[in-house]
Write a protein that binds this ligand. Structure first.
Ligand code: SF4
Ligand code: SF4
Length: 211
């Protein structure tokens, strides 16, 4: 990757970093702790809702099956209740004082050698093909100004391929086929807006509907 990161740490402060089971395995080994301990101490449930017109075979649930507290929060953001919602369940790193739990005071990543793929390729984490799109999407990333956008613009493809495979497995075999151990609680969000806290029971009930 030909990219001049200035190590400002902005990207670690702005986003929820969602991980895949293989990331969890790698990071817990690197930290020298059991997977269960890593999941319970460093991660949270992360349920992302999207509103749209889903004719595809995505992870879609009729709104009637979504608990009332989430629907009420969604209604306070958008007008009216959508008929269906696309639901993407994952696990994300916890955050400390609005930054990723792994960012230290010097803006260094404590798990740098095993950081998730999306952290490795940031800011080229978009399927957009125009080089100018990256500058529009991530204006805070000063590294972009002096990097070769042309060389890096396709870096996101393998990431989205892996993520799609993960969601297909959930659709076929259920969330519990991918995650043997779960955090106790986490967040439900509408795209990027936080709706509410979600506990393991609510999360499991919703993800069970996706099979
Ligand atoms: S990728 Fe960009 S935003 Fe993130 S630390 Fe490097 S320069 Fe800062
Ligand atoms: S895992 Fe490391 S690189 Fe990724 S957001 Fe957290 S601190 Fe930043």
């Amino acid at each position: 990757m030909d990219f001049n990161c200035t190590k400002c740490g902005e990207c670690c402060k702005r986003y929820f970093i969602q991980i895949l089971p293989e990331d969890a395995e790698k990071i817990s080994k690197f930290m020298g702790i059991p997977l269960e301990e890593f999941i319970s101490d460093y991660t949270q449930l992360f349920l992302q809702f999207f509103i749209g017109d889903f004719k595809s075979t995505g992870l879609v649930i009729p709104s009637a099956f979504i608990p009332k507290k989430f629907i009420e929060s969604i209604n306070s953001i958008v007008l009216g209740t959508p008929k269906e919602l696309m639901v993407l369940p994952t696990i994300a790193f916890k955050r400390n004082d609005k930054t990723c739990v792994f960012l230290n005071n010097l803006n260094n990543c404590k798990i740098y050698p095993v950081r998730p793929h999306q952290c490795r390729i940031f800011p080229f984490i978009s399927m957009n093909k125009l080089e100018s799109d990256f500058l529009d999407l991530y204006p805070f990333c000063k590294g972009l100004e002096s990097s070769d956008l042309k060389k890096n613009k396709n870096l996101a493809e393998p990431h989205f391929k892996k993520t799609n495979e993960y969601f297909s497995k959930i659709k076929k075999k259920g969330f519990s086929s991918q995650w043997k151990t779960l955090p106790k609680k986490g967040l439900a969000v509408l795209e990027t807006k936080i709706l509410s806290e979600i506990n393991r029971k609510e999360f499991s009930e919703i993800t069970d509907l996706l099979k």
